[in-house]
Design a protein around this ligand. Structure first.
Ligand code: ATP
Length: 275
């Protein structure tokens, strides 16, 4: 696609087993995806297909991972983009990109010999904010309209089935038109992990790391209240770096403990003063 260098990402091998915690989100998502898988049965029953699923929740909780796992689960091609990719100074460019996105997804599925494609749109609020609230946002309106047109055009008996999965941490900002039946009418909440979710995520991200005998991931999970999956991934990485600096062959508990502080401090220094 011209001018959209970051739109296409390689099809992933992420599956639901690679996602820690999020039990409820995974089962709700699977329930919706089973509709996609059993498409023929549904159309016999006259049930309309699911076209859009909205994942809501704080950053770094695994929304992108869930969308990738959804592609694997449904044997669909996967294409990822972000709302920010559609915002341009020139009128019509955003709308054209939306058209290209759907076309590219269909072409990709054909190329990969699949009969469905999942389009993931991160930060949907950037292009899907309530229309007409600000005149200077006229360009966003056209882009949003085009997205609605494309979604309304998805047919259950189409050659290639398209499912749009969108993510936002501000569902309150979305134009209600997006949430109407036949659009993003399924919402799945992807919250921060609880203690057992954190433990699962820590286990996933230490699977390929050498751990010392004194390592107690349970204690780390206990002491990381409020951490997202992304924080926990970064924590495991930091702990390994600290171990390496110590010339230790294995990661010890003290490295994890120190890494917790580093992640917390890093988070604080990333924050703008206004937040
Ligand atoms: P954002 O809203 O900021 O785009 P997101 O919710 O889409 O975030 P991801 O991109 O899926 O978050 O997660 C970022 C990284 O954090 C992942 O690549 C993974 O390493 C780690 N991660 C996040 N959540 C989980 C989880 N539930 N299980 C395992 N790893 C996770």
């Amino acid at each position: 696609i011209p001018g959209s260098k970051n739109i296409i990402k390689p099809e992933s091998e992420i599956s639901f087993e690679d996602i820690g915690g999020q039990k409820t989100a995974i089962s709700e998502l699977k329930e919706a995806l089973d509709f996609v898988i059993n498409k023929e049965k549904l159309s016999k029953m006259g049930i309309r297909p699911i076209k859009g699923i909205l994942l809501t929740g704080p950053p770094g909780t695994g929304k992108t991972l869930l969308a990738k796992a959804a592609a694997k689960y449904t044997n669909s091609s996967f294409i990822a983009t972000s709302g920010s990719e559609f915002i341009e100074m020139y009128a019509g460019v955003g709308a054209q990109r939306v058209r290209n996105l759907f076309e590219t997804a269909r072409n990709l599925a054909r190329k990969e010999n699949k009969n469905s494609a999942i389009i993931f749109i991160d930060e949907i609020d950037i292009l899907g904010a309530k229309r007409g609230t600000n005149e200077s946002h006229h360009e966003y309106d056209q882009t949003l309209n085009q997205l609605l047109v494309e979604m309304d055009g998805i047919k259950s008996d189409g050659e290639i089935n398209i499912l749009v999965i969108a993510a936002t941490n501000r569902p309150d900002l979305l134009d209600p038109a997006l949430l109407r039946p036949g659009r993003f009418d399924r919402q799945v909440v992807v919250d921060l992990p609880d203690k057992s979710g954190r433990l699962q995520i820590l286990k996933i991200h230490t699977k390929n790391k050498p751990l010392g005998e004194d390592v107690n991931l349970e204690a780390i999970a206990e002491n990381t209240f409020g951490f997202s999956g992304a924080h926990l991934e970064s924590l495991c990485n930091e702990a390994a770096i600290l171990a390496m600096r110590d010339n230790s062959d294995v990661i010890l508990q003290k490295h994890f403990v120190e890494a917790v502080d580093k992640v917390i401090l890093g988070e604080k220094s990333d924050k703008k003063p206004a937040e």
